[in-house]
Structures are given as structure tokens and as C-alpha cells.
Design a protein around this ligand. Sequence first.
Ligand code: 9MR
Length: 392
Amino acid sequence: MNNDFLVTRRRAIKLGFGMFAGGVGAVTTSKTIVLNHQIQVLDNPNRKFSISGNFSLKERAAAKGLMYGAAIQYSQLSSDKELANIVKHECRVLVPEWELKWHVGKKPLRPSPYNFDFTRADWMANFAKTHGLLLRGHTLVWHESLPPWFKSTVNRQNAKQFLERHIKTVVKRYAGKIHSWDVVNEAIDTSDHRSDGLRTTPWLKLLGPNYIDLAFRLAAESDPQALLVYNDFGLDYDTPQNEAKRTAVLKLLERLKSQGTPIHALGIQAHLSPNRNFNPKKLRQFLRDVASLELKIMITEMDVKDKKLPLDIVVRDRIIAGLYEDYLAAALDEQAVIAVINWGLSDRYTWLSEFQPRRDQAPVRPLPFDTKMQRKLAWNAIARSFDQAPER
Ligand code: 9MR
């Protein structure tokens, strides 16, 4: 409880917590509402998010040697002109949110054990090429979004063959057209209590811990130019869980580097929550440690959850923007950070609407553009972070 502030009911109501609208971050008693310390600090009405100049995010990022981009789904990009326009205007990098995973949605990449359906992935690659965007591949090896046929088809005898065929086929197809690949995604889970910190995934069970090295080697062989990335979440906060995860990820990266695995960068997802304890020093130190392994760093899936924030949009948006700016100020201080990617671009389309809806059912607001495709304070916060970042 030492992280929490007690505030009066009047202040709480001013913040937009109705009797029933209080998020999980607020605990209601008869006289007081307990607000999380982080939220209290971020909710500063005097904080200014002013920007100068009329530049897009990609231009501001590029001025510092950085790349800005977003993850978008085919169905959204191909049907929504307003979205396509802001993607073209603001982004240097495009990440297909679904289309390069093994199986998501109705037209998956791997409809059967023997087939690939590149229709949607090709469309995304073509969009990127046509509009001068760099393409990022997400993701070759993950324990989620595996096809329904996977469990009954892939076994210890043929797993290596399946992994090899998948990586070679997909990576070769986009070789020379792709900036970077998330080769392995989310392979660490310290709550699985293995001494190497590895998550007990189907790939680990089928191939043992060396599946990670194997995947990187296959990717490097198939596209020697692409930047090969290990991507993970839960690395951002000053909590025992995040600390353990940072340590385990660092150990994995050290292991991979020392055995000569062709890995080039760490992807930090940065799905942020304003109610968690953020300590810029801890993040900076972690980024330094990663950089000292001669790895680049990409912020790969940034958004800010507002599930536990007050209902009032003015308050919510400034808390979200505050966290964007605080986090990016710390991250961009590290010269090894080369890119900032949002997981979505507009609140019109975000995984959080489905995965982390608000209790009061108000639409969530985690991204730099609102549902009307207007820039929000979060946009200003990202722009300011780029403007203030040291050049690299
Ligand atoms: O945003 C993605 C959502 O639409 C998909 O249903 C889900 C499963 O494929 O994946 C989400 O994206 C995840 C990403 O691939 C890896 N990091 C966490 C992201 C949010 O869950």
C-alpha cells in the first residue's frame, strides 16, 4: 500500500471516477478512493505536451536516426482509407499484425501442414513497397497463433523439418524486402521455474532449448540481410516479475551471443500500464546491458493500457501521454535503440478493445490517434520524445 495515495472523494470525482466507473486501479471505501501512486504522479494538469513544427512522427524520428512505425492488420489497411492515409503519412515501418503468424483469422498463412497462403502477407508487403515503408516480419516462432492442425501433426520426429520448412519458405519469400524479423517471440517465462528461464512451449517440448538458436540460424541462412530480433514483453517495470524477466532475457541473449547465434537485436514490446511502477534508471540500465552485447534494440509493440484509468478523457489522455513521454525519454537515451513501433496506430483498431476492455465499457484509448483519426496528446508525447532524443 506504500505506493498508493489517498485522495478525497471530491478529487476522485473530479478525476472522473464515478461511483461505478472506478477502474481496478481505484479502491473505493465509504470516504476515500485509493489511487495508484504512478497514476497520481502522471496526472499532472500543468504538464505541457506542446510541440513545434509541422512534421510527422516518421520525419521527427528520422531526424534523429530513428524509425517510427505501426502494426496494422490487412483487413483494416485494405478497407479503411483514413487509416491507410495516416499510415502513409506517419510511418516508416509497417508490421503485419496477423499476416505473418502461422495462424490468425480466416485466411491464415499456414492453412494446412503442407500449404502456405501468402495472399494477405504479400498484399501487406506490396503496400509497404508501394508507399516506401520498411516491412517488419512478426513472427516465425511463437507458442501462440499456431494452427489447429499443429498438435496432431507435429511431433518430435518431424518438428525440426516443420520449423525448417516454415522459416526457409517464409523468410526466403521476403528476402531483400524485409527490414527485420521477430524470429522468436516470447520464449521466456520465469514463472515456469526452469533454470534457463525458458517458457515451456510446444517448440521447447519438441526440440529442446536449442530451438531458439536453430530458428535464428535458419533465418540468417534464408535472408542474410534482415535484422534478426528476439522479441518479448514484461521488461519495462520496477517489479520483481519484470526484474526476473529482464535477468532471464539478458542471460538468454548472452548465451546466444556466446554460442555465435546470428541474433542482431532485442525487441521490447512495451505494452505499458500507467499503474505499474516505472523506474527510468532500471530501464536505462537494462538497455545498456543489452547494448553492451552488441545488440540493437527496437521498441516493437508500444501502447498504453487505460483499463484502470479514470473515465474522463482529458485526464486519461494526459496520463497516457505522460507515460509515453517518460518511457520514451528513458528508452531513447540509449543509442542502441533504433526504432519505435506502436501496436496499432488509431484507437479505432486495437487489440486492447477485445483483450483488456474497460469495466465501464468506455472505448479504450491506448494509441496516438483517436477513433476519428485525430492526433491525441499521446501523439504529441511521441513527437516530443523524438524531438528531444539524442541523434544516433
Ligand atoms: O494484437 C494481436 C491480436 O490481434 C491477435 O489476436 C493476437 C494473437 O495472434 O496477437 C496480438 O498481438 C500480440 C503479438 O503478436 C505478440 N505480443 C503481444 C501482442 C498482443 O497480444
